[in-house]
Unconditional design. Structure first.
Length: 477
């Protein structure tokens, strides 16, 4: 039985909506509240009020019996009997002849209603009081009866009977029951109102989430849930809105990324196609001009190659599965090697490269990727420096970290662009960048590599003064 009930409950909870579950729960709670309220009230009334009436009747009967023994059944007893009958809520009867009890016949009143049964007769014969509830046909209702025996010469001689309809006992409860019924109805209305508010506050945000999730599945990430509460539903709604915002940003970045990639690919491809068609169509007659066209094509192919390699590097670095080696690297020597490769280019641009490095600085990391970091930041510095400018590279170990910085005296970066300079395809001066071949991926790759090494990158720049990039990497200890 228990397992069957559990199966039915599990089936109901798995196939019904939250709104229906809440209303079913509230209905059950309301029903149990009504039943418990009426039952508890009736029990307490029965326990205290009815019991109190029984005690009062019993006390009045005991007083009459005591008066009988005191007056030996004289006039004062009958006076007290009549007075009690007039002032009590019960009917008071003195049964003077108890011979029927001795003969085993039940006592009857003048209407021949049975007053006591055999068991109660035995209690009276044993000088015990009797409190009982009987149905008197002549009254057509249950009666509360109290019988007290009077003995003479150790024999039951008479009985004092006090009785009253239970309807009179429960009559005060009728008005109380109406009050209780009204209170319970008010409680049910409150439960219904609370249930409606609860379901609205709980279900409406969930319905909004359902509808918005369908729109998000179709690519619309602009929708938001409007819930202003500080409970779990409000927190869930806030998290959902944050998710929608994040997806919107990712979608926007994806669109921007595709636009940038397509634009960066389209430009060199246009050059390559245009110049190759000119050569193939025989437009170029001069050999020197043809060589110049081929050189341009070669330059654009190199540019395409760099772009594709940078995109592959960035895609690998942004993933979680890219392996990053951890080995001790003499960082000063790595910087020297990179600078040597760029010296010819620096001389051609009349730019001075200075090195202030701690030869003992050892970094724990991937040498190939860290070499890419130094190459990218130095390439950027050369790209945005003019003739007679100076680029200074510094390496110093501070505690558990190695600080690598590169500072130039170039054109600098506007303050508003500093925070975005490491984003993919972000360019401060698009015309200048395109002229020098940059596509805005170098610093994005640097940032990913540094973060993979549990390091940090900081960019300081002032327009017209220069730029300083500080990379902090974990030292090998």
């Amino acid at each position: 039985m228990g397992s069957w009930l559990q199966i039915r409950i599990d089936h109901f909870t798995s196939t019904r909506g939250i709104r229906e579950k809440i209303w079913v729960t509230l209905t059950i709670v309301s029903f149990l509240t009504i039943v418990t309220g009426f039952g508890l009230t009736f029990y307490l009334y029965e326990k205290f009020y009815v019991e109190n009436q029984k005690e009062q009747l019993l006390q009045q009967g005991e007083d009459l019996v005591a008066e009988y023994y005191t007056s030996h059944g004289g006039d004062s007893f009958y006076t007290r009997l009549y007075w009690t009958n007039e002032n009590s809520i019960a009917e008071v009867v003195y049964i003077e002849n108890a011979e029927d009890l001795q003969s085993g016949v039940t006592i009857q009143d003048e209407k021949y209603d049975t007053i006591i049964n055999e068991e109660e007769r035995q209690k009276l014969l044993n000088n015990e009081s009797v409190v009982s509830v009987h149905r008197f046909p002549s009254f057509e209702s249950n009666m509360l009866a109290v019988l007290l025996p009077i003995f003479h010469q150790e024999q039951l001689s008479s009985v004092v009977l006090l009785y009253m309809p239970l309807q009179d006992v429960y009559e005060p409860f009728e008005s109380l029951r109406l009050i209780l019924f009204g209170a319970l109805m008010l409680l049910i209305l409150c439960i219904i109102w609370i249930g409606k508010e609860l379901t609205d506050r709980l279900i409406d945000p969930l319905l909004q989430m359902k509808n918005i999730s369908h729109k998000m599945a179709q690519g619309d990430f602009t929708q938001r849930i409007h819930v202003y509460s500080y409970d779990e539903v409000g927190a869930l709604s806030e998290s959902f809105n944050q998710l929608a915002y994040s997806l919107e940003m990712v979608d926007e970045q994806r669109r921007e990324f595709l636009q940038n990639v397509s634009h960066e690919l389209r430009t060199p491809l246009s050059y390559i196609r245009g110049y190759t068609e000119a050569i193939l169509d025989g437009v170029v007659k001069d050999e020197e001009e043809e060589k110049r066209y081929i050189a341009i094509i070669h330059r654009e192919v190199d540019r395409l190659n760099r772009l594709v390699n940078d995109l592959l590097d960035l895609a690998q670095l942004e993933g979680d599965s890219y392996p990053m080696k951890a080995e001790p690297i003499p960082f000063a020597q790595l910087v020297h090697d990179v600078v040597n490769r760029f010296q010819l280019r620096a001389k051609q641009q009349y730019i001075t490269i200075k090195q202030e490095v701690d030869e003992g600085a050892i970094v724990n990391g991937d040498s190939d990727r860290l070499e890419q970091v130094v190459s990218n930041v130095l390439d950027n510095a050369l790209r945005y420096s003019d003739s007679s400018d100076t680029i200074t590279l510094r390496v110093v170990q501070e505690g558990y970290n190695v600080l690598f910085s590169i500072e130039d005296t170039g054109c600098g970066i506007p303050e508003a662009d500093v925070a975005k300079i490491a984003e993919r395809f972000y360019r401060v001066d698009k015309a200048r960048t395109r002229k020098h071949g940059g596509v805005g991926l170098g610093l994005a790759i640097v940032q990913q590599i540094v973060e993979k090494h549990n390091g940090t990158i900081k960019i300081e720049s002032e327009l017209g003064i220069g730029t300083k990039i500080i990379v902090t990497l974990p030292a090998f200890l």
